[in-house]
Design a protein around this ligand. Structure first.
Ligand code: PBG
Length: 326
């Protein structure tokens, strides 16, 4: 017998044929760009561990959102730092809170842009936990009441979507109920359905000063060793009313993304988190890799695994690169 009997290289022979058979393509329309808004800065302040990413004052964030929109990115997800933090995160419920104001500013400047708000307490609590603390423990059901009010407040401010990231049990149902009760029947819920307790959130916690002041998040965020539990969390969130479900982080959890895509029929988002961003930027800056190639490969892998939507700090760079290669 004479080898080779098959020649797969035929389909890799030229750029034209490679393009023809390419199965996964990134497009700006599938990206969401995270933006940090802070009441503690008066000028955009660089986040040291995330080169190229800033904390924006409330009156400067709309311009940044507009730039992203003009690059073809349809949505932003907002994270806020209030000037005051307390035990219950009460600043998050204020009509003129940092996120409520940012939503209004963006909606006014770019009405077509999808504005998504993270729903959680950790950016607003002085102890840094994602829930109400009682006797040193996170009180699930007390937390639900505040999360539901927070989501309704963001919807009232004009948010198109709310994205609960706290990992309390039953929060999607509690939020859906509150939204419907106040008449926000069209506000979309994008649930952080599968959120692992991950070292990849380090730079984010620096950015919003939300590292827990005692203990860790392991009683609510998932153990990275578990996969079946991820399927259970997604099923629960869909049942409670999630319109879009998310897996987070992305790169180290491609197997979870692939399983979720195979098992469920709702749009699937993946969050390419702050630590993943930092790794790629540092590798690029230290000449360990070509940054553009590395980032495009990582994001293509996340999409190939099954993500319909990618939340990424690289979004504007990617949109720019895709435009250049058209
Ligand atoms: C808030 C929240 C976190 C992230 C998104 N929402 C941090 C955390 O859970 O500690 C992380 C995003 C990132 O790392 O880019 N609960």
């Amino acid at each position: 017998m004479k080898y080779p009997q098959s020649r797969p290289r035929r389909l890799r022979k030229s750029a034209a044929v490679r393009r023809l058979v390419q199965q996964t393509r990134l497009h700006p329309a599938n990206f969401i760009y995270p933006l940090f808004v802070s009441e503690t800065v008066s000028e955009p302040e660089p986040i040291e561990t995330m080169p190229g990413i800033f904390n924006y004052p409330v009156d400067r964030v709309a311009a940044e959102a507009k730039k992203a929109y003009e690059l073809g990115i349809p949505g932003v997800i907002l994270f806020g730092t209030p000037s005051k933090k307390d035990a219950t995160g009460s600043e998050s419920l204020k009509k003129d809170g940092v996120i409520q104001k940012a939503v209004g500013n963006i909606k006014q400047a770019v009405p077509e842009m999808l504005v998504i708000t993270d729903v959680c307490l950790c950016e607003y609590t002085d102890h840094g936990h994602c829930g109400i603390v009682k006797d040193g423990r996170i009180d699930n059901d007390e937390t639900l009441k505040i999360l539901a009010r927070q989501a309704a407040s963001y919807a009232k401010a004009g948010a198109d979507m709310v994205a609960p990231s706290d990992m309390m049990d039953g929060r999607v149902g509690a939020i859906r109920e509150a939204l419907d009760e106040y008449g926000y029947i069209d506000t979309v819920i994008m649930a952080y359905a599968v959120k692992y307790s991950s070292a990849f959130y380090g730079p984010f916690r620096e950015a919003v000063h939300s590292a827990p002041q005692f203990g860790d998040r392991k009683t609510y965020q998932m153990d990275p060793a578990n996969a079946d539990e991820a399927m259970k969390e997604i099923a629960l969130d869909i049942d409670e009313g999630a319109d879009i479900v998310m897996v987070k982080p992305a790169l180290a959890y491609l197997d979870i993304i692939a399983r979720a895509k195979a098992a469920f029929n709702v749009p699937l988002a993946a969050y390419n988190v702050s630590g993943e961003y930092a790794l790629a930027k540092l590798a690029g800056a230290n000449k360990c890799a070509n940054e553009k190639q590395l980032v495009m490969e990582i994001l293509t892998a996340i999409k190939r695994a099954g993500a319909d939507i990618i939340i990424s700090y690289h979004a504007p760079d990617v949109a720019g690169w895709l435009r250049e290669s058209e």
